[in-house]
Design a protein around this ligand. Structure first.
Ligand code: F55
Length: 868
């Protein structure tokens, strides 16, 4: 503690934020010299990125400290978002955009007064950088993505922390600081090759290492119960066998146009300083060091599976390590206030992003019972009032379950607690539904039946939470009628709710699409971009949907973004330009970018492309002119991108097929560049920021009932792209919001999926003619002349293995809908632009700010802490 008489001195030298270009320049240079130990003579773009980031970070840290003080003093309910993935992407541009430009606060910082009118803080920095000899865009490019996630689930967490800060919620994210995020994808001879993601190779200016915050975490060992304590529900000692340290790394999360800067705390594993001296003395120095290195492996790498549970011990270790460290941190902060334990749920809400953090439920129960000596039931009441769980999938293979043996070996005391939680739960079920043994075994946390017994993490998460939500209406209905139906019976339907996903318009509109953002703010007369905080303002755009002058501007922005993407594609294609720039305005950019998964049906897309190509060739063969072909199949670029899990054979084969088709189609002179296919390697957040604004059409074509929500669908709509999609996930609500005239829906509905699958299994179903032609061409080696059978598994899964994803059932409807797309795009541009404008006008619902408000009101009971 600093003595009171010293405070004056502290205040005299209080740190100040930079507010003007000149102050920024001074800061920048001092970071070049002092932080980087470089100089005017060896400051490259990378150094400029680091110095700029350090400077901006200095401003953020001042607000970060104030935010933490304010939130602590105000003592409102704190929200903790536990996610094993935060797919943040780059931080610098986002920080510049979020930098405050309001004049309401006395804090120093870029304000309207220090900026010329209409300029933003970002513009100020751009100009300053220019004066210093750098181009902002080039400097921004130096930043590696923070790619600590697989896909939608991780990106959702990133959008949520952005919206939490923007909404001034006292909220922290907790995750892991993986040394390697999702792998970098290379395409070699058409195949995906994974390489490590060296994101920390050049130091990370956005993280603040908290070497003073180190939490010891135990694994293995055994349980010791004092003689006097007879049952497993009484306080027990867990004697851990292996111990590692969790060290905190904090990332500041700035809100948009607010001084609130929240915290994202990521844990990394370190060895303890306890050295095994017995080994050392025995001369086994090497072995002893290796033991210590084992510790670091816990946070070495992100598991690269999306929607698939691999069940590896190291993954369980990651989960416990992170849950225990986060819980310890949360409990420590709570205890400072000396409030009674019963008030824990009034002070704290913990949201579980999927079942990955379910052990936090068990850990809190352990802390309360074993360490704080609370009565089991009192403790359990606190636990269930604190937690809430978000489900992101109904697919069996993605639902986590851990072998009882594995869990009990790694966490012996936790397994006991899980058994007891289950025991009390089953008793309550038995009371409500006496003698229903089937029900009991169906809802038990322990799955029995096979040789192995498993802990069902989703069931444990439901039992330990007061609310369970799905991520889109259709999905939230589906979890109630399928995987969790017995729990609806047990708890009633009110425990289950829906919060439809959203995305942050700061990154996905303002940052990714500055031209569109500018056109919008000018059109709706909102020079300060307030619409980014209140997206209902976008409805103003509807007035101009049919205004020709406005349509032209709108189209110009789209063309600009398409050129930007064409440049990227050229660069990724070793400088070879496959897109005819003279015709870019009349080339439909058709994009599907997301993780590669059979349920997302990139195979349906590429089969559609093959069909188009075959039809074009057939027309030419039967004597049609190229103009006639172009009339029927106008210009189109079909763009794919996304990573496959490294061990997912079918997904990797789909990537190879796309690249093989591209090879043939792009080099077929006969079709005169009317059709092009490109697979964008290493799809990630920063590439998404270029890709998303450039779509005319994007594909969200999952088998109905399989995609919980989807969030890229929202991103594309927010950028004026139209959607071709199935009636699945959030597509349903997108349709409701933007109007069914403005979306191209096709395919079977989720309620028919079961029957269709049944028919494939037990009926003789025939394939549509067009699909047969496509499959025959693939089978004949048209796209793999060296190895005709290369794509057999993709064909067999449709022809001979029951077509689980219903490609054949939706094929004709997909092709017909693509034809309709061509019609509107090429024959009625005005109609197309009208649809595009109306889509953006009505996309407001999908701002993640709206989601966070819903979570705060209906699940957390938390309120913003507004800065004065
Ligand atoms: C990762 C690891 C495991 Cl073990 C399971 C799932 C995942 C994962 O990445 N899931 C995921 O991304 N799910 C997606 O979540 C999005 C956000 O809610 C949804 O929009 C999307 O539909 C869903 O697939």
């Amino acid at each position: 503690k600093i003595p009171v008489q010293s405070r004056e001195l502290w205040n005299k030298h209080k740190v100040r934020k930079f507010g003007t270009a000149e102050e920024f320049e001074e800061k920048f240079i001092s970071h070049v010299e002092w932080t980087l130990a470089r100089s005017l003579y060896n400051c490259d773009d990378l150094a400029a990125y680091q110095a700029t980031s350090q400077s901006v970070r200095d401003n953020l840290v001042i607000d970060w400290n104030k935010t933490q003080q304010r939130q602590t003093a105000r003592d409102g309910k704190k929200v903790y978002y536990l996610s094993l993935e935060f797919l943040m992407g780059r931080a610098l541009d986002n920080a510049l955009i979020n930098m405050r430009t309001d004049t309401s606060s006395q804090d120093v910082g870029p304000t309207d007064e220090t900026l010329t009118k209409g300029n933003t803080a970002r513009e100020m920095i751009r100009n300053a950088m220019k004066d210093l000899g750098f181009k902002l865009e080039d400097v921004l490019e130096q930043e590696p993505d923070a790619a600590l996630g697989n896909g939608g689930l991780g990106r959702l967490a990133a959008c949520f922390v952005d919206s939490l800060a923007t909404g001034n919620y006292p909220a922290w994210g907790y995750g892991l600081r993986y040394q390697y995020g999702i792998f970098a994808q290379k395409i070699i001879d058409g195949y995906q090759v994974e390489t490590p993601d060296y994101w920390l190779n050049f130091s990370n200016p956005w993280e603040i290492e908290r070497s003073e915050i180190q939490v010891p975490i135990n694994f293995y060992g055994y349980v010791h119960r004092p003689e006097s304590e007879k049952t497993t529900t009484s306080p027990s000692d867990w004697i851990g066998g292996e111990r590692v340290l969790a060290m905190a790394h904090d990332m500041p999360i700035p809100g948009f146009k607010t001084p609130t800067v929240n915290n994202l705390r990521l844990w990394s594993a370190k060895p303890t300083t306890e050295f095994d001296f017995s080994k050392f003395n025995n001369g086994d120095y090497k072995n002893s060091v290796e033991q210590q290195q084992r510790a670091e492996s816990i946070t070495a790498v992100l598991y690269p599976n999306d929607n698939f549970d691999q069940g590896k011990e190291l993954r369980l270790k990651q989960q416990y390590f992170w849950c225990a460290a986060s819980l310890h941190d949360i409990v420590r902060r709570f205890k400072k206030n000396k409030r009674p334990w019963s008030e824990f749920p009034d002070a704290i809400a913990i949201q579980l992003n999927d079942t990955h953090p379910t052990l936090a439920i068990v850990e809190l129960q352990r802390v309360l019972v074993d360490l704080e000596k609370l009565d089991w039931h009192k403790a359990w009441d606190i636990v269930t009032k604190t937690f809430a769980y978000t489900n992101h999938t109904v697919m069996q293979e993605a639902l986590e379950k851990w072998p009882v043996g594995l869990l009990g070996h790694l966490l012996p005391r936790h397994l006991e607690i899980i058994y007891d939680i289950n025991w009390f739960f089953l008793q309550s079920v038995e009371k409500k539904f006496p003698h229903d043994m089937d029900l009991l075994s169906r809802v038990s946390v322990i799955e029995e039946g096979s040789q192995e017994r498993y802990v069902r993490m989703a069931f444990l998460a439901i039992i330990g939470s007061h609310k369970v939500n799905g991520v889109a209406e259709l999905h939230s209905d589906l979890i109630k009628s399928t995987i969790f139906q017995d729990f609806v019976k047990v708890y009633g339907a009110n425990k289950f709710t829906n919060v439809t996903n959203g995305i942050t318009p700061r990154r996905w509109l303002k940052q990714a699409n500055p031209k569109l953002a500018e056109l919008i703010s000018e059109t709706i007369n909102d020079p300060n971009d307030d619409y980014l905080l209140d997206m209902s303002k976008l409805t103003e755009l509807a007035k101009y949907a049919e205004d020709e002058a406005f349509q032209k501007k709108w189209n110009d922005v789209k063309q600009f973004n398409k050129s930007r993407l064409a440049d990227l594609i050229k660069r990724l294609n070793n400088g070879v330009d496959i897109i005819d720039r003279d015709h870019i305005r009349n080339t439909l950019f058709d994009i599907q970018v997301k993780r590669i998964h059979e349920y997302k049906r990139q195979q349906l897309n590429i089969f559609g492309v093959i069909n188009r190509y075959l039809c074009m060739k057939e027309m030419l063969q039967s004597g049609s002119s190229i103009d006639e072909v172009a009339e029927r199949y106008p210009r189109k670029v079909s763009i794919f991108g996304g990573k496959s899990a490294p061990g997912y054979y079918m997904a990797k084969l789909i990537i190879k097929l796309v690249n093989s088709v591209a090879e043939v189609v792009n080099n077929d002179a006969e079709i005169c560049d009317l059709l092009k296919v490109f697979f964008i390697p290493d799809y990630n957040v920063s590439k998404a920021e270029i890709i998303t604004p450039a779509s005319d059409l994007s594909e969200h074509i999952s088998t109905a009932g399989t995609e919980a929500s989807g969030t890229s669908n929202m991103k594309f709509v927010m950028n004026g792209g139209l959607i071709i999609g199935t009636v699945d996930g959030a597509n349903v609500e997108i349709t409701r919001e933007i109007g069914e005239d403005n979306i191209f829906l096709f395919g079977n509905l989720s309620e028919n999926v079961e029957e269709l699958r049944y028919n494939h299994q037990f009926q003789n179903t025939s394939l549509p003619e067009a699909l047969v032609k496509v499959l025959n061409a693939v089978e004949s080696g048209a796209f793999s002349p060296q190895n005709a059978s290369e794509f057999r598994p993709l064909i067999d899964s449709i022809k001979h293995q029951g077509d689980y994803y219903l490609v054949s059932d939706d094929f004709d409807s997909y092709v017909a809908t693509q034809d309709l797309v061509d019609q509107v795009y090429h024959k009625d541009k005005k109609e197309w632009l009208k649809k595009s404008i109306l889509s953006v006008a009505n996309v407001g619902f999908f701002s993640s700010d709206r989601c966070i408000e819903e979570y705060a009101e209906t699940i957390w009971n938390a309120e913003p802490v507004k800065p004065e």
